[in-house]
Design a protein around this ligand. Structure first.
Ligand SMILES: [Zn+2]
Length: 79
């Protein structure tokens, strides 16, 4: 699914499994805007990834955190 990030308009939104929280989100790697469902991807509803992780006491700047991210490439290729 090619959805342009409605916040920064600089990148595509990616479907990303965040292993450390065991949650799949929709995420813009450019500006870190994050959504929890595909239907809610719009400017008004984004959360910052570091706020989401911080609320769970996870270090958002740690390499260990990012190493658990897995992009769903099949979703991205769906027309
Ligand atoms: Zn963005």
């Amino acid at each position: 699914m090619k959805i342009q990030c409605p916040r920064c308009r600089q990148d595509w939104v990616k479907k990303v499994y965040i292993g450390i929280t065991d949650r799949t989100v929709f995420h813009c790697y450019e500006c870190e805007a994050t959504w929890f469902s595909e239907d809610s991807i719009e400017y008004a509803t984004f959360v910052q990834l570091h706020d989401y992780l911080g609320r769970k006491n996870i270090d958002p700047h740690s390499r260990k955190t990012y190493d658990t991210f897995v992009d769903d490439l099949e979703w991205f290729e769906i027309e």
